[in-house]
Write a protein that binds this ligand. Structure first.
Ligand code: DGY
Length: 321
């Protein structure tokens, strides 16, 4: 019998033909919407491999419902939606898509940083509303970049790509990370390793790239916001729950920080009330990896991981840990 692969969402080019060509029986959700929990539970029954999205919760209950499962291939680099320990305990490999979306996500972080720093969201709304009356010497003044300090929280591949781009803007980079990165990388990025509180106090811009886990959940809470500069701009293209979103609304409303650019949300796709009406926040719909190149490479990598594991070979990109 051909191994069964369950795919939870339609994927962009080059698509999942390689799975069919590899002789697998592919069962796929063909509707472009997240599966309901019961649909996901039903779908994994009898599956040897699962190609899932960051919106699919892969926990013990689900793994128990899929006794034949050998690999969970996540269409994302983040994997906080998966109980990796529970999967590995059952001999199930978990894979992610590192590397291929690094540039796309770093580019989007910069798009948000620039948009938030220079009031692009508010400016666009003004123009679209037909309320712009012409150039003004005082209108929508933003924050400068040159000679400012960019703080990067999480100096993995994406954090490093964001830091690399900062050189073009003439910024000083400080970072915090679980471990200090190699000195050659620090030197090439001209980046200074600091403690989180130091980063919060010194940064004019902060970009978040830490994975979501018990340590990072609500890392940006009232205490952290209290240490930030009132002119600081916060950008998040990682995971929403790294920020206490209710508190973010308070500090943005009271101008205790200048602005934010968000691509991810604590209760995604629900947006915390307040964010929608504030003018000093730019909101994107989780577009970090959404370039044709990155999303295509993510499909390839997900399929390759499934082919390798079902052939009894090591995964190409196993989840860390
Ligand atoms: C990821 O890969 O973790 C992004 O959030 C979606 O591509």
């Amino acid at each position: 019998m051909a191994p069964v692969v369950f795919v939870t969402r339609p994927l962009p080019d080059p698509g999942i033909n390689v799975l069919i060509e590899s002789g697998f029986e592919v069962r796929a959700n063909n509707e472009d919407r997240p599966l309901l929990r019961e649909e996901l539970m039903a779908g994994v029954q009898g599956a040897d491999a699962l190609l899932c999205m960051l919106s699919d919760r892969i926990d013990t209950e689900l793994l128990e419902a899929a006794p034949a499962l050998r690999v969970v291939s996540n269409y994302a680099v983040g994997f906080d939606n998966i109980d990796v320990a529970a999967a590995r305990q059952r001999g199930i490999e978990v894979t992610t898509t590192p590397g291929v979306l690094t540039d796309a996500t770093a580019d989007l972080a910069w798009a948000l940083l620039l948009a938030a720093a220079r009031n692009l969201g508010a400016g666009e709304r003004l123009v679209r509303a037909g309320e712009w009356t012409g150039w003004s010497p005082t209108q929508l003044l933003g924050e400068p970049l040159r000679n400012q300090t960019l703080g990067i929280v999480g100096m993995g591949a994406i954090g490093q790509a964001v830091a690399r781009r900062a050189q073009g803007f003439g910024m000083h980079v400080v970072y915090c990370n679980r471990n200090r990165v190699e000195s050659e990388i620090e030197d090439s990025l001209d980046a200074e390793f600091v403690a989180l509180d130091d980063l919060l106090r010194r940064s004019d811009f902060i970009s978040l790239h830490a994975p979501l886990n018990d340590q990072s959940r609500h890392m940006f809470n009232s205490r952290a916001f209290g240490l930030m500069k009132p002119t600081a701009v916060l950008v998040n293209t990682g995971r929403g729950a790294v920020i206490d979103e209710a508190e973010l609304v308070n500090v943005l409303r009271d101008r205790r920080i200048a602005a934010a650019g968000l691509d991810v949300y604590e209760f995604e796709p629900k947006i915390t009330e307040g964010l929608l009406t504030l003018d000093n926040v730019v909101l994107a719909p989780h577009l970090g990896s959404a370039s044709t190149l990155a999303r295509g490479d993510m499909v390839r990598l997900c399929c390759e991981n499934i082919v390798e594991v079902l052939a009894g070979r090591p995964a190409v990109t196993p989840a860390p840990g």
